[in-house]
Design a protein around this ligand. Structure first.
Ligand SMILES: *Cc1c(COP(=O)(O)O)cnc(C)c1O
Length: 358
């Protein structure tokens, strides 16, 4: 064991996959494993998810790492390819690609290749990030149909900007625009990320694209995965390395930004922003020591945090500390750090040992 460990529960991942499946029983699943499977380990996650219909990644490097690791499932590049020389690599490695721009279509037209490339045409329905405009749709379809190494029919995709907000009608508008545009096309459809899988069943269509839910966290505003029947896959742990008594009025940590108002005890815990723990976690951010909640006080350092454990504590050096996990939702920690749980689970550094448990 290293000092800081991210324990990943296979059982939780499989539970989450099955729960996703039961929320959208008629849809096939593209499990999204980009960014090292949101910090959980790319190959290991692919090997756990044996029932997924496909895997989605953001970068060609991620797809090639999966193939090199022996993964034979369909793999989709969610951002597509970036340059002409990538196209042949896609075909050689049997990778599917999103097409989201006219520039990509032009690159595809420039070369002739043997084999069949599966493509997903991405339509921008208002997020204004990736995707072709509705006004380009007919022209691009016509051009794609003329490229003989592109497999037909191709599939269609869009992405939501606000699906995490139940009160925002924009998701429904985006979905309607998408369904109208692709009406009459033969290919399969995908719209839903985790938030839409949970909150917008009318968007499930042929394929869903869960990322965060696989890891047991909630994308919804002010909710936790647990509240929707998911189990956090990751538990981040460290230990207490020092305990010290302080009198009222003493200052703690860099910048002396926090001081005691009464006599108390501090536990120093071996984790900091050098491990990927958020430096902006505020005083009051909870941690669990021996299963009991205590607040962080003062600034997060590179290698340590300081925790106020009060006068009546039972804490000893070497005791286990949980920074997030089943008993302390990472969604809650993220609020204290003014960020989203996505960032916390995937920004752990190489100093953290990822360990799989059953
Ligand atoms: C990352 C990503 C997803 C998964 O998003 P979650 O919110 O983690 O479910 C789905 N679709 C696309 C295009 C993505 O880039």
């Amino acid at each position: 064991m290293s000092t800081v460990n991210a324990l990943i529960s296979r059982k939780a991942v499989l539970h989450n996959f099955n729960r996703i499946n039961s929320l959208a029983p008629h849809s096939k699943i593209i499990s999204v494993l980009k960014a090292n499977a949101y910090g959980h380990g790319l190959l290991e996650m692919a090997n756990i998810l044996t029932d997924t219909d496909a895997i989605g990644v953001a970068r060609l490097e991620e797809a090639l790492a999966l193939r090199a690791g022996g993964v034979v499932k369909p793999i989709l590049l969610l951002e597509g390819f970036f340059q002409l020389s990538d196209i042949e690599i896609l075909l050689t490695n049997n990778l599917q690609t999103v097409i989201h721009s006219l520039e990509q279509v032009e690159m595809l037209e420039q070369i002739s290749l043997s084999g069949q490339l599966n493509v997903w045409l991405k339509v921008d329905t208002g997020m204004n990030r990736l995707g072709i405009h509705a006004r380009e749709f007919e022209d691009i379809i016509r051009r794609l149909k003329n490229i003989d190494y592109i497999a037909q029919p191709f599939n269609y995709m869009t992405h939501f900007a606000c699906a995490d907000d139940l009160n925002n009608p924009f998701t429904q508008q985006q979905a309607e625009q998408f369904y109208q545009l692709v009406d009459g096309q033969v290919g399969e459809l995908t719209l839903a990320n985790s938030a839409a899988i949970l909150a917008w069943p009318q968007t499930h269509a042929d394929w869903i694209r869960p990322g965060l839910l696989l890891y047991g966290c909630s994308p919804m505003i002010n909710r936790t995965g647990k509240q929707d029947g998911f189990e956090p896959a990751m538990t981040l742990t460290s230990s207490v390395i020092a305990i010290k008594s302080l009198q009222a009025g003493e200052k703690v940590g860099y910048g002396s930004s926090w001081s005691t108002t009464q006599d108390t005890t501090l536990a120093v815990v071996a984790i900091g922003y050098g491990d990927g723990y958020p430096r902006h976690a505020k005083t009051g951010t909870p941690v669990l020591i021996n299963g009991q909640r205590f607040p962080i006080v003062g600034r997060v350092s590179m290698d340590m945090i300081t925790v106020d454990i009060g006068l009546q504590h039972q804490v000893r050096c070497g005791d286990d500390v949980t920074l997030w996990g089943a008993e302390l939702p990472v969604e809650e920690v993220a609020q204290y750090a003014d960020t989203i749980c996505y960032e916390l689970i995937l920004q752990l550094t190489s100093r953290v040992n990822i360990q799989f448990i059953d």
